[in-house]
Design a protein around this ligand. Structure first.
Ligand code: ADP
Ligand code: MG
Length: 656
């Protein structure tokens, strides 16, 4: 029991529970997100990047008020016989510790020639322990508390008596055996320990994905007994009202999906295609056909903004045909819910919504078809929960994150993969221009004229906080607020609470904001037709496919788009970005990503991306995936392994 642990009171317990840690076993199997190596550097030979250095305080610090909320603190110190002014900001609690003679450790980019040194972190020397320290990043639990709890938990128990992986897996895949893995994952001594630990972690992660995918497939594949076959002819009224003709690619995909829906076993397909290739329209047509047959259809979207957008489009196309789509979101009022529940008893309805669609209170009458948009945003369990709202449900996953076919076959080999490659030719172009970050100011005129035309702007940055020479969202906000005082600027990032996120997106969508400054959260299906300019800061920090996804937010209506990718670094290190200026093929770009970025990103899609997959080549990746997949199949067939391994695997991650 977690309560047994010293120092774990009610507050800590609540934080553990919040993080899904219910027992000592859960605690021991909460792995570090990363490791930090703490060693004191030799000031005579400082490292290239940041490092930790020892210093002696020479005199009392002085404080300088830079501006309203910014204090600069300066303290004279001695580092290996040299004197420096050590500078840091705002952390005034340090003032009382910094007395002459006190030994401290600071983290900085250190150059012995510099008079003043900017410190990133400070510690008292006596509190600095050299070694490799795991970082768990559990919300509400300090790293120290986490380490103390783990040390106690290990003494009391909290680990399995056996390796949860079958022996043959550990042996064949040359993994660390469980006992030493658990010891080292929380307490590595050498860099080699970390290597071995990551190897097992990434194996477990891949195995978890495969096992879950297989379980999901087993759970969903049913023989169905449908009233009648679907026929494309029934689509004529739908097609007649579209202001465009379907592309050849769309027609082909449409026919093959209708064919899939007419098979005796339930459909289990993944439709992938670049943003704007016309997937949503196809999904709505299929929904229409199924509804005509008297069944209910659910269209699941990862965010309220996207669900609302789908609802708008669906209403536009389906209402004239006598189908009124119903929007279901979390936090609806009692009366709204009553209306929705009344409709649930009616067949031939299209429900569109977020996670609320598969909440407990939703009981469908005859759910025949589920469409999951941006499927990778949902955990396997969530997708299952949705599909299990009906008896034998056809499932179509939709994804705008193209992955190369070879990889997709291995990752999703159990799903039928359908690719929409061609885009409607009527789409406005997005021109992409690379720019050195330090010349960003030159682009102010571009922004200025977009604002003058009443058009909207996305500014995208990789991080919220300032780090390692990266521009922060905050810095960007400050600059553009000063520069364009009349513009209405909103800031969006993943750490905002969900209601604020959605309010900001909504404000941008309704043009209550002119500029949206955001992290890559804007990447998912947001459709604001009036947005014409995007500036992406630190393009070198993004994958090509991700940059492509980001610029896909532009030119969604009648206006063309301009995307500026601002990079920092040398021409060589940013050479991979050049291709963005010349190609608009998302699949090609994701193949290039594979070449350049070593694969991890593509797999990291489940957002558990903390574990760095180490693959040396595409062939290596595929070989490993094949191996893991074979293991997963063998494990599922082994009743003994079933108990231990599958329980373990399924208990590890909350939902992804
Ligand atoms: P996706 O879901 O793949 O991002 P959508 O289905 O939302 O793409 O289509 C993007 C936009 O293009 C929508 O405004 C849609 O109405 C339009 N569209 C879809 N198919 C065609 C087509 N064949 N010709 C012209 N416009 C199309
Ligand atoms: Mg879409």
């Amino acid at each position: 029991m977690l309560q047994q642990l010293k120092g774990v009171g009610e507050k800590t317990l609540a934080a553990f529970h919040e993080a899904g840690i219910q027992s000592l076993v859960d605690l021991m199997h909460t792995y570090p997100k990363r490791y930090r190596t703490y060693v004191l550097e030799n000031p005579h030979q400082p490292p290239q990047g940041k490092g930790y250095f020892e210093a002696r305080v020479l005199a009392r610090p002085s404080v300088f008020q830079v501006r309203a909320k910014l204090k600069r603190i300066s303290v004279p110190v001695q580092v290996a016989g040299r004197q420096h002014q050590l500078l840091f900001f705002n952390q005034t609690h340090w003032l009382r510790h910094l007395k002459p003679g006190v030994l401290i450790v600071f983290e900085a980019l250190y150059n012995p020639e510099n008079k003043s040194i900017q410190a990133h972190t400070l510690m008292l020397r006596k509190n600095f322990t050299e070694g490799i320290i795991p970082e768990y990043g559990v919300e509400g639990i300090s790293e120290l508390k986490m380490r103390q709890s783990l040390t106690q938990a290990r003494a009391i128990g909290g680990i399995y008596a056996y390796d949860p992986l079958p022996d043959w897996v550990v042996e064949n895949r040359k993994l660390l055996p469980y006992q030493s893995f658990i010891r080292r994952v929380h307490n590595p001594h050498h860099a080699q320990d970390i290597e071995a630990v990551w190897a097992r972690l990434s194996y477990e992660e891949l195995l978890r994905k495969q096992v879950r995918a297989l379980l999901a497939k087993h759970a969903l594949q049913r023989t169905k007994n449908r009233a009648s076959l679907l026929h494309e002819r029934a689509l004529h009224p739908f097609l007649a009202q579209l202001p465009f003709h379907l592309t050849g690619a769309q027609k082909e995909v449409l026919l093959s999906l209708i064919d899939g829906l007419n098979q005796p076993t339930t459909l289990y397909h993944l439709l992938q295609g670049d943003t704007g290739s016309g997937k949503t329209v196809l999904a709505l047509m299929l929904a229409y056909l199924v509804i005509q047959r008297g069944e209910q259809v659910a269209l699941l979207a990862p965010t309220e903004a996207l669900a609302q957008q789908h609802h708008k489009v669906a209403t536009q196309w389906l209402k004239p045909l006598g189908v009124e789509p119903v929007l279901i979101l979390g936090g609806m009022s009692a009366s709204q819910r009553e209306v929705a529940e009344g409709l649930m008893r009616q067949s031939n309805t299209l429900f569109i919504g977020t996670h609320a669609l598969f909440s407990k209170r939703m009981t469908y009458r005859q759910l025949g078809f589920v469409i999951v948009d941006e499927q990778h945003r949902f955990g396997v369990n969530q997708r299952l929960a949705m599909a299990q709202k009906g008896e034998a449900v056809d499932v179509l996953y939709v994804s705008a994150t193209p992955i190369p076919r070879t990889l997709a076959l291995t990752l999703y080999g159990d799903m039928e993969l359908i690719t929409l490659r061609q885009k409607p030719s009527t789409r406005q172009p997005v021109t992409t221009t690379l720019y050195p970050l330090k010349k960003a100011k030159v682009l102010d005129t571009v922004l200025e004229s977009a604002l003058a035309r009443q058009e909207q702007i996305y500014l995208v940055a990789p991080r919220i906080e300032e780090d390692e020479g990266l521009l922060s969202i905050e810095r960007i906000e400050r600059y553009y607020t000063d520069r364009f005082p009349k513009a209405r600027i909103g800031v969006l990032h993943g750490q905002l609470p969900r209601p604020s996120k959605e309010a900001i997106l909504e404000a941008f969508a309704s043009h209550a904001l002119d500029v949206l400054i955001a992290t890559s959260v804007v990447e998912v299906g947001i459709d604001v037709k009036n947005a014409t300019v995007m500036m992406i800061f630190h393009g070198e920090r993004f994958g090509l496919a991700q940059l492509h996804q980001l610029r896909g937010r532009l030119a969604r209506g009648s206006l063309a788009g301009q995307c500026y990718i601002l990079y920092k670094g040398t021409k060589e290190t940013t050479a991979r970005l050049n291709i963005l200026e010349t190609t608009d093929d998302g699949f090609l770009l994701s193949e290039k990503d594979l070449e350049y970025r070593g694969f991890g990103d593509l797999l990291g899609e489940a957002q558990s991306g903390a574990i760095p997959y180490r693959f040396t080549s595409e062939a290596d990746l595929i070989a490993q995936l094949e191996a893991v997949k074979a293991d997963a199949q063998a494990i599922l067939q082994d009743p003994h392994a079933h108990e231990r391994t599958i329980q373990h695997i399924l208990s590890l991650e909350q939902d992804s």
